[in-house]
Structures are given as C-alpha cells and as structure tokens.
Design a protein around this ligand. Sequence first.
Ligand code: GP9
Ligand code: MN
Length: 631
Amino acid sequence: MNSWKWSKHTILLIAIIATWLKTAIVYRTSFDFDLENAMQEFILFINPLSFLLFAYGISLFFKTEKGRNRSIVITSIILSIILYANVAFYRFFNDFITLPVLFQTSNFGELGNSVAEIISIIDLLYFIDVFIIIFAMKFLPKIKGLYNVRKEARRAYFVLSLAVVFLNLGLAETERPQLLTRSFDREMLVKYIGTYNYHLYDIYIQSKSSAQRALADGSELVEVANYVQANQASINEEMFGKYAGRNLIVVQLESLQNFVLQNDMNGYEVTPFLNSLINDKDTYFFNNFYHQTGLGKTSDAEFLFENSLFGLGRGAVFFIHGGNTYNSLSEKLGNNGYFTSVMHANNKSFWNRDMIYQSIKIQKFYDIDTNEVNDENSVNWGLKDIPFFEQSVELMTEMPQPFYTRMITLTNHYPFTLHEEDKMIPEYNSNSGTLNRYFQTVRYLDESIKVFFEELKEKGLYENSIIVMYGDHYGISENHNKAMAMYLGKDQITPYDSALLQAVPLYIHVPGSGDGQIIEKVGGQIDLRPTILHLLGIDTSNDMQLGADLFSDEHEDFVIFRDGRFITDKFVYVDETCYDRATGEVVDIQGCAPYIKRAQTELEFSDKIINGDLLRFYDEQTGNLILDAIE
Ligand code: GP9
Ligand code: MN
C-alpha cells in the first residue's frame, strides 16, 4: 500500500470532521464574536481545522488499529474538555482562559459558588463528537489486518496540515496585521487562530515569561537600584504637594500627535478647543513631550504612565508580563486614600487589561459593559468619544472622592472613520486616505474634550480636580510620509523629522491655579508618574522608576524612545546618526555620545526589571531589597 487511502482512515476523517463542525457550531452559539465581514466568518469557520489535523494526526504514528483508535478517542476527549472549559469560563467571565488565571485561585472562588448555574446536563452536547467517534468505531466495518501508515503518506498528511495552518495565519494576517507579534486581544486571537491554537500561543508566551522569571534573582536589582538612586531628580519644593487632595482625572488621547495642534488644514482649525487650552491660565502645557511606546501602543502608554518603566522591545508587556509585581501610580494613590479606576469603552480583555489591572491595582475597570452602546452612538472601534465622556462623567459622580480615574479615548483610532454628522471639517486632499481622514477624527476628538470639560463643570467635578491629558502614540505612521511631507510643506520626511513627529501633547490642567505656562522641557511618558505623584504630594524617592519629575530643576532634557532613538534639547539621535536638533543637519557623533550608553542602559534596566519580575524583591516602603525572597 503506497498511496494514502481515505477508506483506511474513515475514523480519522470522521473524527476531524466531527470535532471541526462541533467547534464551529460552538463558536457561533456559545461565544459572542463580533464578526464584521464574510472573510472573518470564513476564518472563524476554518480555524479549528489547522490544529485538528495535527492533533488527530498523532494517531498515524500508531501501528495497530487499536492504538490509532485509542489515540483518536483520547484526543477528542481532551479537546472537548478544553473547549468546554472555555465555554464555562466564558459564561461567567466573558473571556477565554489564559494560563495565569488557572493559577489565580481567587478567580475560581467566585466561580465555585456558581458552578451549578454555569453547568447543565445539556452540556453533554459539547462532547458529541466523542460519542460520534466511539459509535463509528463500534459500528463501522473493521479494517482487516495490521498495517503501518507509510512514512511518505504520513509526511504528505502533515504537509497538508501545515498548509492549512499557513492558510489560516495568512488570512488572519490580512484581516488583522501583526496579530501574533502584538497579541492584542484574547477574543481576537481565538477569532482568528482558533481556541486550540490560541492555547498553544498562550502556553508559549507564558512559559517564556515564567522561564525568565525563574532565572532571575533579586541580586540583579542592586545595580538597577543604584542607578535609579544616583539619577534621581530632586523635587521642586514649590510644586510638591501643591495640588494635594484633588481628584486626578487622566485622559489618554488616542493617536493624538502634536503636529495637528495650533495648525490648520486647508484653512480649518483642527483642534480649536485644545488650542485654547494651551495658553489657558490654568494649564501647564508641555510642547516638547514625546510618546515612548513600542508595539504595545495604547497599552505601552498606559504602562509607562503607571509604572515609569518602558514597555518591551517586542510584544506587549501588558500581555507578556501581566502577572508581575508592580508599584504603579494607581497602587500609590490607592494607598493614599484614593479610589482608583480606568474607563475605556472596549472589551475588557483587549490588551489583557482585565488581568494586568489587577496587578497594577486598578480598583475598578469600567469597560464596555458599563456603557450604553448602540448603532447610533458607536462608530469604528466602538462607542464614540462624546457619548463616552458623557457617560463617564456621569459614572464619576458616583465615585468616592478623592478619586483617580484614567480614561482612554477611542474614536481617533485607525482607520479614522466617522459618521457623516460627526464630520466637522472636510477631508484633507493628499494621496493618503488615512491622513486625510485623520484630521476629521482629531477634530471630533477635540470637540469631545470640550464636551467633557463642560460636563465636568456641570457635575461639579471640575474645580476640585487636576486634569492630565496626553497623546498615547503616533496616529500617522511612516507609511504616509509622502502625504505628511505634503501637509507639512516639506520635500520629504527624513528620519530626523520622523523622530520629532513622535511629539504628543501633554496638558496638566489645574482649574483655578492661575499658574499656567508653556514648558519647553524635553520629556516623555515615563516622566508622568513622578511628575503627577509629586504634584499630589506623594513621595517617590524610594520608587524603582526611570522617569523624572518634569517640574524638577534637575530634570534633564532627554527622552529615550523604545527603539533606541533619543532626543535632547540639542540633538536628535536616529540609526547611529546624530542630528542637530534645531537644523536637522548631521553633526559629529560626539554630541550624542554621552547619551547613547545611557539610553541603552535605561532600556536594559527596564527590561531586566520586567523580564525578571524584579519588583517582587523590592520593598518600596523602605527602599530595601527583600532578602527572604532572594534566598
Ligand atoms: C483598544 C485601544 C486601541 O482598547 O486602546 O489600542 P491601540 O491599537 O491604539 O494600541
Ligand atoms: Mn492607541
């Protein structure tokens, strides 16, 4: 027998088809995927197959029919249990299982009490493929005699399986670029690569991070701690505690870059409200402030803000190290009597937020389920920013004070689409549809902030708060350089220009302070944690943070990007080239030299802390290493 004959593999074929169809039906009936087009439906339909071919293919390595059958039955039982466990978990948590939650027993405390409500006898249907397979084995005619599956045939089978995997990944990549490298969202992963593959991916990510963690010990922290101590910027006596006791309201502005501010587009002012705030008597506006995010984008900005540490060079720290010990801004505020929360109208598992928010001690996450969302008030990624702010301020009125709440906007997100009635200015006229629409969504974002301020005033929350707003990351990538050059009136966008274009706005608006000013210091998102905590009168001198208070006289004009680029008051450093910051001319590397090593060191130290989960060895109350944990 040389060639592959399916007739000899009826059981294998039945098993693959039964489990495949069952999984596809379960996807449609037991989970709530948001399917936007026929391609997504198709991907969801085929994605179980890529894994099933491999899993059931294991049976081909057995010589006897009995061995093969046993392998098939065991596989079908294991797969059914995995799928069913996800269904039960989803019913309760509206999320998919990820390894760390299996070890977080607190999650199951809640689950334990309601198991009876979650599980029912009808659930046996989730095992229907197992019954079908066993039935087929019993009643279909037996194959006579023993046979070995020939190597060539087996190889052909696995080549075919691999082709299906690539087809699946390829289609997923066209629908959602960088799905695996950025690992956005559990729901999205399951939607595009399937439950079974998702678990493999999860195991890979989790085991990588636990291996790094296991290898680390607290001694590595000594060097980092010394560096942090030595580079600490002294506090500004006048500013320290100046606004103590106020509520802290933070708005992370989706994809907002500086270049649209105080600028117009074909005669239309793009950000009228944000422009009026720049010179407001109550606003500290920073016009040399940069995002420092990597692939984790929004989540990296959040991470920098909360922890004053960098995200990772690859992947999203929110996902890969969501279970680490941190000493976040939220935790510090919580310890100082604040009620802490995040408001964001998206699925809670996006960026693994529901998990990492526990680690960074966000007391409450107001996710999409707390919002009223319908077809009219949502566009693009979901709830529009104006209703988001309206609903969020309403929720704020119920928060115990003082509170810290961090809001994350959404409408100004790629691909920058709006309903007709929300377009307040026309599109731009470059060759990039993305840039053309960007101005319109930024204009909408600007309007939403205006509404937000009005709401705060109306609800009596304005006077006693401090409002911090900053852009999370770029909205216009280098793929649109030609269109950007046209808009900015330049011949081309050089690497030097691209670095400076990473500037994002930072507003610290303190109603009634009368102390407003435009501050030209060069800084980045990593500086926000110490800056804000100090304004609120909370000491950070023992904290393992890499940023520095922007109000400190010792704050250096130096901002490091996640990819190693940096900007100072005099230089811009990109790809081993040093540019004069003012003119953009290439200058002798000597100018940048003192900073190059430091940029590397700080990125490395940040990675060390995160990869080794080193803060578990650190007591920030005393600034001491926790030696017991090291031994
Ligand atoms: C998702 C939103 C966008 O919840 O924050 O994330 P991004 O794609 O900008 O990283
Ligand atoms: Mn974002």
